[in-house]
Design a protein around this ligand. Structure first.
Ligand code: IVH
Length: 664
């Protein structure tokens, strides 16, 4: 177990700290699961630095307060070259020593303090007011770049910045917008929101990272410079920022800053400035501190990149779940390296809050240095005839009335026949976890819709070969494949259809639970909210959404069409395929059978494993997941042991097969 954990931690370190992955994901997953299995068998042997501890755990009711051993100070700011020259002069008055500056990026995230005892991560805290912060150890354990165990068994306290990479920020906001949730204004807020979660499982999903920039306290090392201490932080396992540079003069510092004014847009994390620190610790000591901040360091703050433009229009677009989102259409302006003419306004509340109106002059900036956003309205420049913006009351694509769902900031089109939703909905309907219809990619579906071959998901079941042949790049063979795939999907179990309909909040898991409980689509349609929310793990949000959906007359028409197409509307229980999908330990695994089997012969065992989603091959390699060794197993077993492949005896295989098939 220790060896597996060390291996996994080493790989994670190479991936998350060094940014240099050394193994395939599949290999990592394989070893990870071996460790999970072993830990389940020997729970007493699970160590606090086990990589499995990073997925998050119990839900807290609040955060404990933590008093910092050494206060977390802040930095004085510089806004131009003059401020920096003054800083340089002050420094030189306070010490006779030769001055070099360590110049670092000022990462725009949240300051964190990490404590290690004997090399083990024991506490992580926020800055708070600098003296007292909050204990967010549980959440920080889920941040993969924070080592749970250092390369040396030392006591040390370090500080750094926890941040959300721009890419993750964009993905998170896209997902939140699609779900009608509030978006985060910038990566910093997103990181703060993620670290403030009482449920660390949520933090674990947020893909946060860190850069450590200082040692707050340790008796293990005696460095003489900031440069040396950062190098040591690297060596003992922390992620430090490698854009740092040692500068010989304040002129060199200015060159570095000018270079980053352009380069900052290329980084995959946000920076809000550059930190300049006196490199030599004995010189730092000479120079000293004010009450609030060190005198030996300063933060150069970038001027906010903003541009002024005029809002010409607000466009509303409809997504798959019917969420209607506003986009400002503006006069094109240059901003942080690109021409910007559109900016998402996210939702109704944002427009109200900022009181954005047509023809307003506005300032725009880029959140996460990428996404253009309206910062504020220049009210002084507002036209005298300006009127408060009136929100659409009807869907821009289909004209049906828009609804504003309580507790959501989104406007939503509830009409399932809405053309904009249908195109998105068609893609969802054919997707793997839904009706799983192969050959119908987005381009094919779009053509079918535009040529009026289909209007909704039910029409798919009445498509003819002649119609398919009118589409670009569809020949007889692919047309036939598509028709077969459509036809095969008619016998899917109810949950696939229920998920495929794309009802808001009804994901594939909820669909399965609902189908399991009510068995027939008609029963689902007439179920009360109470009955639905009575299902374990299904809450009132899903129950409400389901009721609303099935109350729609147009949905009834759609269902009538699906019935006419003779689609199965019954829950079929777990099929073998589903089974292997959910429960079988053989799913997507490569298995080698060796030695004499007594329960089944080789072929029977092979068939059963394959029916449960496994692949049975003849020879053992690194890619093999499990070797089942019967009596008198020989060279294949030896090879498996050498390659550290999991080895099962026949009993283990038989019980795994039985347990898989027993599940209802
Ligand atoms: S050194 C004595 N270095 O900027 C204070 N701070 O007001 C030492 N920050 O919230 C801070 N990147 O978390 C330092 N490379 C860096 C930094 C950095 C970001 C943050 C810090 C604090 C603020 C300073």
């Amino acid at each position: 177990m220790i060896a597996l954990n060390e291996k996994l931690n080493q790989w994670a370190h190479e991936y998350y700290v060094k940014d240099m992955p050394t193994v395939e994901d599949a290999e990592y997953d394989k070893i990870y699961h071996q460790l999970v299995e072993l830990e389940a068998t020997f729970p007493d042997l699970v160590t606090s630095d086990s990589i499995t501890q990073r997925i998050g755990g119990e839900i807290l009711t609040g955060f404990n307060k933590v008093e910092h051993q050494v206060p977390m100070m802040s930095l004085n700011n510089a806004f131009n070259k003059g401020d920096l020259l003054d800083f340089d002069k002050r420094i030189k008055k306070l010490t006779d020593k030769e001055i070099q500056y360590m110049v670092e990026l000022k990462i725009d995230g949240l300051a964190i303090n990490l404590r290690y005892e004997n090399g083990l991560f024991i506490q992580g805290a926020t800055r708070g007011d600098g003296v007292i912060g909050e204990d967010i150890t549980q959440n920080l354990k889920t941040v993969m770049s924070i080592p749970l165990k250092l390369k040396q068994p030392i006591d040390i306290e370090v500080r750094g910045e926890c941040y959300m990479p721009k890419k993750s920020f964009i993905q998170l906001n896209e997902a939140r917008e699609a779900d009608g949730e509030n978006v985060f204004a910038n990566p910093r807020n997103a990181a703060a929101g993620s670290l403030r979660q009482l449920d660390s499982k949520i933090t674990a999903k947020r893909n946060l990272s860190t850069f450590i920039y200082t040692v707050a306290e340790t008796s293990s090392f005696d460095f003489s410079t900031q440069a040396a201490s950062l190098d040591e932080l690297d060596i003992i396992g922390f992620k430090t920022n490698h854009q740092r540079q040692l500068c010989q003069s304040i002129e060199d510092v200015w060159d570095y800053i000018e270079n980053f004014l352009d380069k900052r847009n290329e980084l995959d994390y946000e920076i809000d400035g550059i930190v300049i620190k006196v490199n030599d610790f004995s010189a730092q000591k000479d120079i000293g501190f004010t009450v609030k901040a060190p005198r030996w360091a300063i933060a150069y703050k970038f001027p906010a990149e903003e541009a002024e433009t005029i809002i010409r229009d607000i466009e509303w677009t409809v997504g798959r779940t019917g969420v209607v989102t506003p986009t400002a259409v503006m006069d094109p302006v240059q901003l942080a390296g690109t021409t910007v003419s559109r900016a998402s306004l996210h939702n109704v509340d944002l427009i109200k809050e900022k009181d954005i109106r047509l023809l307003d002059s506005v300032m725009i900036h880029k959140a996460g240095d990428i996404i253009p956003e309206v910062t504020r309205v220049l009210v002084d420049k507002r036209r005298t005839d300006s009127k408060v913006y009136e929100f659409p009351t009807h869907c821009p694509a289909c004209g049906s009335e828009l609804e504003r769902i309580e507790s959501e900031v989104a406007l939503r089109c509830m009409n399932p026949m809405c053309p904009a939703q249908i195109k998105e909905g068609l893609n969802h309907f054919v997707s793997r976890n839904a009706m799983n219809i192969d050959g119908l990619g987005p381009r094919v579906l779009e053509q079918m819709y535009d040529k009026e071959i289909i209007k909704n998901v039910a029409d798919l079941y009445f498509v003819t070969e002649e119609e398919l042949l009118t589409l670009d790049k569809i020949k007889e063979k692919s047309a036939n494949n598509i028709l077969t795939a459509i036809n095969n999907s008619k016998t899917n179990s109810l949950e696939k259809l229920l998920f495929g309909l794309g009802i808001q909040h009804v994901g594939s898991k909820a669909a399965k639970l609902i189908a399991e409980k009510f068995k027939e689509l008609d029963a689902v349609m007439s179920a009360t909210k109470e009955e639905v929310s009575g299902i374990d793990t299904i809450g009132p949000v899903i129950a409400d959404s389901l009721e609303k959906y099935f109350a729609n007359e147009e949905v009834h028409e759609l269902i009538a069409e699906l019935k006419r197409a003779e689609i199965n509307l019954t829950y079929l229980g777990k099929t073998l395929e589903d089974l292997s999908h959910v429960e079988s330990p053989f799913k997507d695994k490569t298995i080698v059978l060796t030695g004499k089997l007594t329960h089944f012969n080789r072929n029977e065992a092979k068939e059963k494993i394959e029916a449960l989603g496994g692949k049975v091959t003849g020879s053992v390699s690194k890619k093999t997941d499990i070797v089942v060794a019967g009596e008198e197993a020989g060279s294949k077993l030896e090879k498996a042991l050498k390659l550290e492949v999991t080895v099962w005896n026949e009993e283990q295989m038989v019980s795994a097969i039985e347990n898989s098939t027993k599940v209802e």
